[in-house]
Design a protein around this ligand. Structure first.
Ligand SMILES: Nc1nc2c(ncn2[C@@H]2O[C@H](COP(=O)(O)OP(=O)(O)OP(=O)(O)O)[C@@H](O)[C@H]2O)c(=O)[nH]1
Ligand SMILES: [Mg+2]
Length: 456
């Protein structure tokens, strides 16, 4: 838990309006229980957001159950408006209230303890007078407060809510904990800074930290891909054999092991990516993704990697023709046709053919016997396929809110469009890097080459 002077926010409201979802997304914690069952959260739970320069607390609370009766109790125990906050404190401390109004005591306790109020409503359901007692009780506490409209199913009643909430709260914001992107999280935290002037400074520092952390996460992601692609492009599975005929016999087994290793290596990278973005518990479990389309499902390669036209460009960009000729080729002139016609990219070669991914190589060993090896992969599209798949997952994982427990979607890829949006020089560098990778040659500054693909 936090020290008493650091910012704290109690997330309160009707049951089942997304309070826990908001806490989960803002605290980057995917272990918080969220469910369509009303009354999921039964006690006040503190979640501390820690950064280098500070920390703040978010307190998830149970929903109001009997607000009208609670308001009645408060009115009966209060003689003057100046005693309202003290009356709420009395309510929270009262042993009978603790059993009779368990949920209200749990949700008001942190507020009486100094937490600011974040009142959550659902913008897809109409406003109703039953919420007035809740807002009135919150007003009695005298604590700084703001309202968050969570458009759970749609935006239909946002306007209605805005007018109603404005009467009780100085600040009203729409925030969707399932969909809000990182900029929206930051915008919301910035509004928190206005709730209590004493907290403004530390919250400002925390926002800076979170932005830096976000940039670091991206750098880490680039590095995960860099190691993945190097490993996948270099991997060979070798075994000693006595004769060439034995080598042919074990080829299917070697190939199977080879592919299994490659897939596992990719899964490891995805796990690292999930960890980088603090997704530990979500349904994005690795057994769930048999990674469709399969890493070796060659029919899908032109979707994940480059398409044929881009591959031709890649061939020229990787240095097969001069820079000047390259620009003409990219402009779509006849030179491109000439290049293909001229056999620059031999038909059925490693560029397009997906059937011959890996060959078996057999070589004699100095002390007798042979070594049979499967891999490294030869297909020129392969590095792009690896990059394309990873970038696709990166986009989803880096934007996945912690309240969103859905499985990831592996079907779409816009890697080709992404490559097109790179600067020409960046494209050239990418193609040159991939050309070296597929020949198992080291690439200087691979992370610099990959970084533009991760930028928005
Ligand atoms: N589609 C969608 N569903 C949401 C959103 N926010 C919450 N939900 C769903 O609404 C339900 C309630 O979410 P919770 O975060 O558990 O709500 P709560 O207010 O903490 O509920 P209690 O703890 O029961 O009071 C769950 O089924 C969520 O999946 C949203 O922005 N979009
Ligand atoms: Mg809850």
């Amino acid at each position: 838990m936090n020290d008493n002077n650091s910012p704290k926010f109690a997330v309160v409201g009707h049951p089942n309006k997304g309070k826990s979802s908001i806490v989960s997304t803002l605290s980057h914690n995917d272990s918080i229980q969220i469910s369509s069952r009303s009354g999921t959260t039964e006690q006040a739970d503190h979640f501390t957001v820690n950064t280098i320069k500070g920390s703040y607390d978010l307190i998830d609370t149970p929903g109001f159950q009997r607000p009208l009766r609670v308001l009645n109790w408060l009115e009966q125990h209060c003689n003057s408006a100046s005693e309202r906050a003290a009356t709420v404190a009395k309510f929270v401390a009262d042993s009978e209230c603790k059993t009779q109004f368990k949920d209200e005591v749990a949700l008001l306790e942190p507020v009486i303890d100094g937490a600011a109020i974040l009142y959550v409503v659902d913008g897809s359901r109409p406003y109703g007078s039953e919420y007035e007692a809740e807002m009135e009780i919150l007003r009695w506490t005298g604590q700084p407060s703001m309202a968050l409209i969570n458009p759970i199913e749609n935006n239909d009643y946002i306007g209605e809510w805005e007018s109603a909430l404005a009467q009780y709260f100085k600040s009203v914001r729409v925030f969707n904990p399932m969909k809000a992107d990182f900029e929206k999280h930051i915008e919301l935290l910035q509004t928190f800074t206005h709730l209590n002037p004493k907290w403004a400074h530390v919250l400002g520092s925390i926002i800076d930290d979170l932005q830096n952390e976000r940039a670091t996460q991206q750098t880490t992601s680039v590095s995960i891909l860099m190691h993945l692609i190097e490993d996948l492009c270099q991997y060979q599975n070798c075994q000693k054999v006595l004769s060439e005929s034995q080598a042919k016999l074990i080829k299917p087994a070697l190939e199977k092991q080879y592919k299994a290793w490659m897939k596992q290596r990719e899964e490891k990278a995805i796990k690292e990516l999930l960890t980088t973005y603090a997704h530990y518990q979500t349904k994005v479990s690795l057994d769930q993704f048999d990674l469709p389309p399969d890493l070796f499902d060659c029919d899908k390669w032109f979707a994940w990697g480059l398409d044929k036209k881009q591959l031709i460009y890649a061939g020229t960009a990787a240095g097969a023709v001069s820079g000047a000729a390259l620009d003409v080729a990219v402009a779509g002139s006849s030179l491109m046709a000439g290049a293909i016609g001229g056999g620059l990219i031999g038909a059925g070669s490693a560029w397009f053919s997906a059937d011959k991914l890996v060959d078996i190589k057999i070589k004699g060993l100095p002390l007798g016997g042979y070594q049979a090896c499967v891999g490294p992969i030869k297909n020129r599209n392969f590095p792009y396929v690896v990059i394309g798949r990873f970038i696709h997952l990166f986009k989803q994982i880096s934007q996945l809110n912690h309240a969103n427990r859905q499985a990831l979607d592996f079907n779409a890829s816009d890697f080709q469009d992404k490559v097109e949006t790179l600067e020409k020089i960046e494209q050239k560098e990418l193609h040159a890097a991939c050309a070296r990778l597929i020949k198992q040659k080291p690439v200087d500054s691979l992370s610099e080459v990959l970084t533009p693909l991760f930028n928005d």
